[in-house]
Design a protein around this ligand. Structure first.
Ligand code: ADP
Ligand code: MG
Length: 325
């Protein structure tokens, strides 16, 4: 047994002060992935779908995930939805450790904590139930009292602009209407996180816009954190944050301010590794090794052969503006 150590007086005082006037709680990100790896084995071949992916999403954010086909987007969403397990790394969503959840916790997690919308309209809805019944079904799984279900389901359909579809079956709805009903299904149990994998992929522009508007509503009015995989530049242009995935890693981010003016960011992982956008690597001819200089308000990244000279770049802008710290 070890004696509890008495903290030095300064620390004790700080602790007392902290207890007396608690600081605003430090918000844990609602999605927190660290160095996620997912390896698939198919017919003796090993596929590294995720190769050390880092991602954090703050509560209430609406984030678009973009990236080439095969870059690992669906694999990531499969893990976040609790359907698949990573091979290594760390993934926490709303306080759940996705690698350590037991069967019961996983089931509760999938029913209450996350909601998902898949690209294939047919995968989201049961064909023999009406829209209203489809939305009420997950509420039954979550033991919502029967009297409340229909009223809440109708309210959700109204809020997402498909109130008039309540008593129709999926086959009697357009693709866009089906996907908006699917958003209502995903939001039925007030999930903290709503995941959507190319939900507008099979729709025309107008249908896609309406589904996107429904996701936005779920984000703003139902307070769900939304993570949406999309190929549609129209969609990614409308969200504040776009995360790009390349080869199973987060490669770059675009953040937009209130006026939706974009700024590019690179991802810095926990140990300080930075991936420069490919355009920069090519434009400045960076290879193998770069030279770093610590400037007053930024870090300079230089082609290794060139030596930075005091007072500016050697000839004609061969230097990078540097990354904001
Ligand atoms: P994206 O959604 O970005 O198009 P995916 O996450 O679907 O990419 O796939 C990433 C990589 O993992 C691809 O090379 C894909 O072929 C592979 N992959 C995905 N799921 C499986 C699986 N169940 N078995 C084997 N390989 C898979
Ligand atoms: Mg995919």
């Amino acid at each position: 047994m070890t004696e509890p150590r008495t903290p030095p007086p300064g620390l004790a005082e700080l602790e007392r002060a902290a207890r007396a006037a608690p600081a605003a709680p430090r918000r844990e990100p609602v999605v927190d992935c660290d160095n996620l790896v997912r390896i698939f084995h198919a017919e003796g071949v090993e596929v590294q779908a995720l190769q050390g992916l880092d991602l954090t999403v703050a509560e209430g954010e609406m984030t678009a995930l973009v990236g080439a086909s095969g870059s690992g987007k669906s694999t990531l969403l499969g893990i976040l939805s609790g359907l698949d397990l990573p091979t290594a790394g760390r993934a926490r969503v709303a306080g759940h450790d996705l690698l350590a959840m037991g069967r019961r916790e996983r089931l509760a997690y999938r029913r209450r904590t996350v909601g998902f919308v898949w690209q294939q309209t047919a995968r989201n809805l049961l064909p023999y139930l009406t829209a209203l019944e489809n939305v009420a079904l997950p509420m039954a799984y979550a033991r919502t009292p029967r009297r409340e279900r229909a009223a809440r389901a109708a309210g959700l359909l109204d809020a997402l602009g498909v109130g008039d579809c309540a008593h129709r079956r999926p086959a009697e709805l357009s693709g866009g209407e089906q996907q908006r009903v699917a958003v209502a299904v995903a939001a039925a149990n007030r999930p903290r996180v709503l995941l959507a994998d190319e939900p507008t992929g099979e729709l025309d522009t107008a249908g896609g816009e309406q589904v996107f508007a429904a996701l936005r509503r779920a984000n703003e009015e139902l307070a769900a954190t939304v993570l949406v995989v999309t190929h549609d530049p129209l969609v990614s242009r409308q969200v504040r944050r776009t995360v790009q995935i390349r080869d199973g890693r987060t490669a770059a981010e675009t953040l937009r301010d209130e006026e939706l003016a974009p700024a590019e960011y690179a991802v810095l992982d926990r140990v300080g590794r930075l991936q420069l956008p490919r355009e920069y690597v090519e434009r400045y001819g960076l290879r193998r090794r770069v030279r770093l200089t610590a400037e007053r308000d930024h870090v300079g990244v230089w082609r290794a052969a060139e030596r930075p000279q005091p007072g500016g770049p050697p000839h004609g802008g061969q230097h990078d503006e540097g990354e904001d710290a």
